[in-house]
Design a protein around this ligand. Structure first.
Ligand SMILES: [Zn+2]
Length: 421
């Protein structure tokens, strides 16, 4: 396939050099003004390559369209398909002054990052490198993250758009593009107008290993435990004080030690994660993150927490405690299972790139999960990047080409097979 690799690389390098870090608990949207520097650049570049309806929404999303070039009376119904990536980088690691390093024709050696030689990327800790022999590996210099999450996705989508605009003889339906803000702080879809976007189905290009498609996320709730005790001057407290800090600690101590926590689980296992605690004798609040891949599993864990609380409370006459459950997000598979062709077509497209497709779970949430429940079924496709949110982030240029090709193939699979009735 005739993808312009040089443009793909140049775009990626240009984007990662722009600091677009988002921040938690901002009073503005997007959370940082600097994200819009990249959004405005993308708006300009989308116009320059010839996309239609390019605009920056008032919340900082860039929307664009590549109109269908299917002949009138085309025999099958091809719905508008969206591709989505986010401009921001994680608040966890600096994204200012990123200096991309290109390690050409990688041969399996240790990569020591030049500005901090304790930052080492090697096959022992990063087995995916073993599949990248002969590739060009891009890293940061050891002082910042790279920003492949998610600027690789942006560069791949832009390069796929360029491909279709330069090859008008290749048939495709409407292609819808969105570059969002504040994904890393969980706000990426806050003002996303699914109707205005105009796609029937979409794909976030925000995954990691080449060949992967992610069609499952966690189901997530937050459980807030509020314990009320009785405070009395400690000098006069005998038989009167009831210490809510101790009650809350007792409840946490009765959770299983070797299971049901983030640090003891993987794959399909869920957890009850005591994430934060604050309080005094009178009143203590603990926030638990409850996670599972099914709603039933979530409810079981919430019941266990409730049972432990009731059991502990029996030992503290006069105290009270209650647990409030707030829904965060749900496994997108509950939606995607109703539209199996959305994932099947992506698998077919990945096969056509020569990679082995692989379905994966996300032990977290994605913008795609939220969009799926907002009426836009949106699984997640690989970018080729690794070690996101880390100074050891890296990506292979050749796997970025594969991701670009997967987007191009996917658009063609949709044009061949169309909507399932
Ligand atoms: Zn991301």
């Amino acid at each position: 396939m005739n993808i312009n690799n040089q443009n793909l690389m140049d775009r990626f390098i240009e984007y990662v050099k722009i600091d677009t870090q988002s921040v938690e608990n901002s009073s503005t949207y997007p959370s940082t003004e600097k994200q819009l520097v990249l959004s405005r650049l993308l708006e300009k570049q989308l116009r320059a390559i010839g996309s239609s309806n390019v605009h920056l929404t008032k919340h900082g999303y860039v929307f664009a369209t590549l109109p269908s070039n299917l002949p009138k009376n085309f025999k099958i119904e091809v719905p508008p398909i969206g591709f989505i990536a986010h401009v921001d980088t994680s608040p966890d690691v600096s994204g200012a002054g990123v200096k991309p390093q290109i390690h050409k024709n990688y041969q399996g050696q240790k990569i020591v990052l030049p500005k901090d030689n304790s930052q080492i990327i090697e096959p022992a800790s990063d087995p995916a490198l073993r599949n990248c022999i002969g590739h060009d590996i891009i890293t940061a210099d050891g002082t910042t993250l790279l920003g492949a999450d998610n600027k690789a996705g942006i560069a791949e989508i832009m390069t796929a758009c360029e491909f279709f605009l330069e090859n008008p003889e290749i048939f495709h339906g409407d292609i819808k593009i969105a570059f969002t803000v504040d994904e890393e702080v969980g706000q990426g879809t806050k003002y996303f107008d699914v109707k205005e976007f105009g796609a029937t189905y979409a794909y976030t290009i925000d995954g990691e290993t080449a060949g992967e498609i992610e069609n499952e996320t966690f189901c997530a709730d937050t459980a807030t435990l509020l314990v009320k005790g009785i405070n009395i001057h400690p000098g006069y407290a005998k038989n009167k004080m009831i210490n809510s800090v101790k009650i809350a600690s007792d409840i946490i101590a009765k959770l299983p030690k070797n299971s049901l926590s983030p640090e003891t689980t993987d794959k399909r296992e869920g957890y009850i994660h005591a994430n934060s605690m604050e309080g005094n004798v009178e009143k203590t609040m603990v926030k638990f993150l409850i996670r599972d891949f099914t709603i039933d599993g979530l409810k079981e864990k919430e019941k266990l927490l409730e049972d432990i609380k009731n059991q502990v409370l029996k030992n503290y006459k006069g105290a009270s405690a209650e647990i409030r459950i707030d829904e965060s997000y749900r496994n997108m598979r509950y939606i995607l299972d109703d539209y199996p062709h959305v994932v099947d077509y992506a698998i077919e497209a990945i096969k056509r790139t020569g990679l082995q497709p692989h379905k994966n779970l996300i032990r977290g949430g994605t913008d795609g999960a939220r969009l799926s429940f907002m009426g836009l079924p949106t699984p997640n496709i690989f970018t080729g990047g690794h070690n996101f949110h880390s100074k050891r982030e890296w990506i292979s240029l050749q796997n970025m080409e594969k991701a670009t090709e997967a987007i191009i193939q996917l658009v063609q699979v949709w044009a061949e097979k169309g909507e399932k009735s």
